[in-house]
Design a protein around this ligand. Structure first.
Ligand SMILES: Cc1cc2nc3c(=O)[nH]c(=O)nc-3n(C[C@H](O)[C@H](O)[C@H](O)COP(=O)(O)O)c2cc1C
Length: 188
């Protein structure tokens, strides 16, 4: 099963990179199978440092911001101890991992990771249709070059109905942010 979350890695200049990523996981959460594109900063950082932290979070505004750029200001981070990595202080759970194997023979790499430390910070909110709609919109926003404009408009129209019915402020803000970002690109 794929679990959508956020991966933090350390950039060459020592800064923090934050990227939504959906690794394959199993019930044990002892391993993560990440599939970052070779063009992503996450891929370069993991290749160079071999370590990172995967987070499970219900903060879809952070996921949206990280999908389309670098959140400014960065969320509050703390240093991991078992790996050289940074933990999002407001995540629900985190998994510090070490890369064991990289297959980068294809454009989308496959990175097998072993979880070596983990922690729980707070409860997950639970199901909310608007949160899921924002996740879908965030994925669309990272694929503006791949999908035709009419399909983007159709998908956003469908998702916006769900957001209007079920969102709180965080979800509405996140959805608007993504919509504005996508419109700027496809209506150019
Ligand atoms: C929920 C979600 C899951 C994603 N999963 C992946 C993934 O598994 N692999 C990938 O290359 N990009 C994935 N993306 C797209 C990346 O987050 C996006 O390309 C991002 O800009 C990469 O950031 P980076 O260059 O800082 O690593 C996902 C996006 C979202 C919103």
């Amino acid at each position: 099963v794929i679990q959508e979350g956020i991966v933090t890695t350390i950039n060459a200049d020592g800064g923090t990179n934050i990227a939504p990523m959906g690794p394959r996981v199993d019930d044990t959460m002892e391993r993560l199978w990440l599939r970052p594109f070779r063009t992503s900063a996450t891929y370069s950082n993991l290749k160079r440092t071999g370590e990172g932290v995967f987070h499970v979070t219900d903060d879809v505004l952070l996921i949206a911001r990280a999908a389309i750029g670098t959140p400014d200001p960065l969320p509050v981070l703390s240093e991991a101890t078992a790996v050289t990595g940074r933990i999002l202080a407001d995540a629900c759970r985190w998994y510090a991992f070490r890369v064991e194997q990289i297959d980068d023979s294809r454009e989308r790499s496959q990175i097998d990771c072993r979880v070596i430390d983990c922690g729980r910070i707070r409860d997950f909110f639970g199901f909310n249709r608007a949160k899921h709609a924002v996740i879908e919109a965030a994925i669309l926003a990272t694929r503006t070059g791949l999908l035709p404009a009419n399909e983007m408009h159709r998908e956003f129209a469908r998702l916006s109905e769900i957001v209007e019915k079920t969102a709180g402020q965080q979800e509405s803000t996140a959805f608007r942010l993504l919509q504005t970002y996508v419109w700027q690109i496809i209506d150019r």
